[in-house]
Design a protein around this ligand. Structure first.
Ligand code: ZN
Length: 312
């Protein structure tokens, strides 16, 4: 089988208060909480996954809510600085009204690469765009009683990386990941893969003088790219390892299998498989309802649950 990067798998960011994070993404933005678990490297912290009904790759936004009052992060170079969501054409007016009603910070709509977009910030300052994508987007959005399919968030459109120099990152995207430069304006370079229709775009913004970003509250921790299966994962492991980029061995993340490495521009990248998916430990109907723990923490469930704030 072809070894192909299939666009974005998930994006992981840092948040403050867990309840505030849940309220914003599940209630205001209308995403489905598809998994409530803990940070496998730090089980005292939640790990929330938001996405479409089943948590298809390309729709999954995950958070480590470190707790209220944590240090504020700062967008800067060597970091993913903007998350772009695809929304239906004509939906931005709905979102402006909704953001007004829920005191969400946003900018007036603008246009780039022929696409209308609305910038907004989550309660911790994480930066997003809702984009009326030019690309056909037939993904079925998760609906809530207030947010129906004609306006609902469908999944990722693009991710923006801010870099002092785009060369190394661009080279990785084009020679290893199968992306091509498809557009450019000022210092923004748009790369896309033809392997998938959606969640296919990576924008590189070159800012030579920009200071390194600081990963803390309200910033992106890493960007994960999607592969079909473990065989594909190992194919990319060996290529990236040979480039000397210091890639990890595969790690079992319960819902997917992952590799991590820092790309030449300094952004933490992950490559993740589609298998086994989020229904591995819950039914489709029950996704996100109960705290799920990986095997190694199940014996400590009582202590872990006692330590975590209740979310509702
Ligand atoms: Zn990840």
């Amino acid at each position: 089988m072809e070894h192909t990067i299939l666009g974005i798998h998930h994006i992981t960011a840092i948040a403050g208060d867990a309840q505030q994070n849940f309220d914003f993404y599940a209630k205001v933005l209308g995403l489905r909480l598809i998994k409530k678990t803990v940070n496998f490297d730090d089980p005292g912290t939640y790990h929330f996954y938001f996405g479409d009904e089943i948590g298809n790759a390309g729709t999954i936004l995950t958070f480590f809510p470190w707790g209220a009052g944590i240090q504020q992060g700062r967008r800067g170079s060597g970091m993913a600085t903007e998350i772009g969501y695809s929304v239906p054409a004509g939906s931005l007016d709905f979102w402006i009204k909704r953001f007004d009603a829920h005191n969400v910070a946003y900018h007036q709509p603008s246009e780039i690469f022929g696409e209308k977009y609305l910038t907004f910030f989550d309660p911790d300052g994480l930066k997003f765009e809702l984009i009326e994508s030019k690309t056909t987007d037939n993904r079925k959005a998760w609906e809530t009683h207030e947010i129906k399919a004609d306006v609902a968030v469908k999944g990722f459109h693009n991710i923006t990386l801010t870099l002092n120099n785009i060369e190394g990152t661009a080279n990785l995207l084009t020679t290893v990941f199968g992306y091509k430069l498809i557009a450019k304006t000022a210092n923004r370079y748009r790369y896309a893969t033809a392997a998938v229709e959606n969640a296919a775009i990576v924008d590189l913004v070159e800012l030579p003088q920009e200071k390194p970003g600081q990963v803390a509250n309200g910033t992106v921790h890493h960007v994960a790219f999607r592969v079909k299966n473990d065989e594909n994962l190992m194919h990319f492991h060996d290529i990236i390892n040979a480039l000397g980029l210091g890639i990890t061995s595969p790690i079992d993340r319960q819902y997917f299998h992952s590799l991590y490495f820092r790309e030449p521009g300094g952004v933490l990248f992950e490559i993740a498989t589609e298998n086994p998916g989020f229904t591995v430990d819950e039914t489709l109907e029950d996704l996100g309802k109960n705290l799920k723990l990986p095997k190694q923490y199940e014996s400590k469930r009582k202590e872990i649950e006692a330590h975590l704030a209740k979310i509702n």
